[in-house]
Design a protein around this ligand. Structure first.
Ligand SMILES: Nc1ncnc2c1ncn2[C@@H]1O[C@H](COP(=O)(O)OP(=O)(O)OP(=O)(O)O)[C@@H](O)[C@H]1O
Length: 591
């Protein structure tokens, strides 16, 4: 059964500019390097807009869809300037450019691109610092000197406070990639302190003055980039950007101009954009830009049938196209571990007379997992291995939701909803990159269906996935198909037989049963941490724990997990109920 792909094939003009990299003002040697080492022939639209402005020294705020080439948009101008310094810069000059990213994977990805481009400019030294690495090793690297430093905020601040050998008096660029996520992750205070220490904050000009260096005649330049912006980015923009230019925020897109035709800022200044009142440049129900060719769907699944439906859809996708890459997002590390172990060990058909060695893995594909509790080495290895595979499945938490560029990922499944609509956008943005085709599927229980309206407020509209039709495609091995009129999903013959097989497998596999129990409680706890508007949609006390138990193919509701979980869960349900009652009383008094 074919799922209709989005009809809108993207033409190359909608992705790439009609000018050349050299027409943007980039040094010819750098243009050659982009072609030879990265295979980049022409700039993308956002690169053609941003590169001339960043080369000119303007502070810039870039809001462009996922997968449109924002990384090079900021790296190319930095390298263009640094490779021109005469005499050449030296490691001992310390850091000239700082790129702040929200996750370790993104840190590694940006570093990889830098290493490729700087191959020809070997005197410009790239480096990184991020959580999970040995601080002493990082200190040594910083002491030697890193010209372009890619860092996660927490660890950077640690070194700014404690590593006296970290030299940044020549710092010229501070770049926030995935700016809104950095702030969402609670790094807001860290960022302010980082800006103060670096003298990169509007009010702390004094810090700039006392930085003397042979390069101090260069003005500090700050850049903010993300596919999704929000109020917090608005605040960050106000304290970190000086008379910035906005790219991509308003729909009055300027036609692309080559660098020489380009007159003045390509887009209006932030002030004009925000008007004198300085109102927010991005309101909470701002429209998000998604790749036009991305086919987005949701699937309505009863809680108890979630696991069977997930495994069935994955099986269907890999049977439909054996060679493809799929990413599935979960809300917790425990959920990733449980589903990873189940998907790699579960065999089908479980009750066949065939000898064990003839039984097949239910999912015959290579499976990877990634989450924040894994050590850096494992996360790095997974990241590289999944990128290199032609056909594979990655089960991950949101560590893989932002910025990561997995070539040829065709399908994104959000098994647990992302919460904020911005996270939805970034998760699906792992596919349909740079004009490529891509599909996404969001799992929703009936009680969560209002989430679709929350997405629609941001211009995100999803079609419904024909679940029953897909399930009918499976003949449960050895189980006669009930010819009766089809009943609900839960009563579907395939769902019943697969659920039974999963429960039998898990109840007889203690290691996986334990993982399922851990995943059950962490999922319930994660469910209760939705914030703001979303608490109205993802209501923890509406959960039927018996159905949640089934969604982990457990025969009985876990009680083996620490009693504190249960006490905490019961307290949270009581508090929610109490709140509900007091709201009703207030409402009653008013009316
Ligand atoms: N000028 C170019 N020509 C060809 N491919 C390019 C060009 N620029 C970038 N790419 C490729 O496009 C893909 C997306 O680039 P990149 O990851 O920088 O996008 P992004 O806008 O930062 O995405 P996200 O919002 O998800 O972080 C990558 O595979 C990159 O190698």
């Amino acid at each position: 059964m074919e799922v209709k792909k989005s009809s809108s094939k993207v033409s190359s003009e909608e992705v790439f500019a009609s000018c050349s990299f050299s027409s943007l003002g980039l040094d010819p040697k750098l243009c050659d390097q982009l072609k030879e080492r990265l295979g980049y022939e022409v700039p993308t639209l956002v690169q053609a807009q941003a590169i001339p402005l960043i080369i000119s020294g303007r502070h810039v705020l870039v809001n462009a869809a996922t997968g449109t080439g924002k990384t090079l948009a900021y790296l190319a101008p930095v390298i263009h300037h640094l490779q021109k310094y005469d005499p050449k810069i030296d490691r001992s000059d310390g850091t000239f450019a700082l790129v702040l990213v929200p996750t370790r994977e993104l840190c590694m990805q940006v570093l990889e691109i830098l290493q490729k481009i700087l191959h020809r400019f070997h005197w410009i030294v790239p480096g990184y610092i991020m959580g999970g690495e040995k601080r002493s090793k990082e200190k040594a690297r910083l002491r030697k000197g890193i010209s372009i430093l890619v860092a996660t905020p927490g660890r950077l601040l640690d070194h700014l406070r404690n590593t006296s050998s970290f030299l940044y008096k020549n710092l010229r660029w501070v770049i926030f990639d995935e700016a809104d996520r950095i702030l969402e992750l609670g790094f807001g205070k860290d960022i302010e302190e980082i800006l103060d220490i670096l003298g990169s904050r509007q009010q702390s000009a004094v810090a700039k003055d006392d930085i003397t260096s042979r390069y101090s005649h260069f003005q500090r330049q700050n850049l903010l980039l993300s596919a999704t912006l929000n109020e917090k980015v608005n605040e960050l923009a106000k304290i970190s950007l000086e008379n910035p230019v906005l790219i991509g925020l308003n729909d009055k897109k300027v036609q692309l101009k080559s660098f020489h035709e380009h007159v003045g800022p390509v887009e209006s200044d932030l002030e004009n954009e925000m008007g004198n009142s300085g109102e927010s440049l991005c309101s909470s129900d701002k429209e998000f830009k998604l790749p036009a060719q991305l086919a987005q769907r949701y699937v309505k699944v009863p809680c108890g049938a979630r696991l069977v439906v997930l495994l069935s859809i994955l099986k269907h996708l890999f049977e439909r196209e054996a060679s493809q890459k799929i990413v599935v997002f979960f809300s917790t590390c425990d959920a990733v571990d449980f589903h990873y172990s189940l998907a790699t060990d579960f065999q089908w058909p479980p009750n066949s007379q065939m000898e064990a060695e003839f039984r097949q893995m239910f999912l015959g594909c290579k499976i990877f997992r990634s989450h924040g509790k894994m050590d850096n080495e494992k996360r790095r290895a997974t990241f590289q291995a999944f990128k290199a595979e032609k056909s594979a499945l990655l089960l991950s938490t949101d560590v893989a939701a932002r910025g990561l560029d997995f070539p040829k990922v065709r399908y994104i499944i959000q098994y647990d909803s992302p919460g904020e609509a911005a996270e939805y956008v970034h998760r699906v943005g792992r596919t349909a990159r740079l004009g490529e085709e891509g599909e996404s599927l969001l799992f929703l229980q009936l009680l969560e269906i209002d989430y679709l309206q929350d997405l629609e407020k941001h211009g995100v509209v999803l079609g419904e996935y024909p679940l029953l039709k897909m399930l009918d495609g499976f003949s449960a091995h050895g189980i006669k198909k009930h010819v009766k009129n089809l009943v609900t999903i839960e009563r579907h013959h395939w769902v019943l037989s697969l659920q039974k097989a999963l429960e039998t497998f898990i109840s007889t596999t203690p290691r996986i049963k334990k993982l399922a129990q851990n995943a059950f409680w962490s999922w319930v706890k994660a469910y209760s941490t939705h914030r703001g508007e979303l608490k109205r949609i993802f209501v923890v006390q509406k959960l039927h724990l018996g159905h949640v138990t089934k969604s982990f193919a457990l025969k009985e509701q876990p009680s083996l997990v620490s009693k504190s979980n249960q006490k905490e869960f019961k307290k949270r349900k009581r508090d929610e109920k109490q709140k509900g009652i007091s709201k009703k009383r207030k409402f009653a008094k008013k009316s």
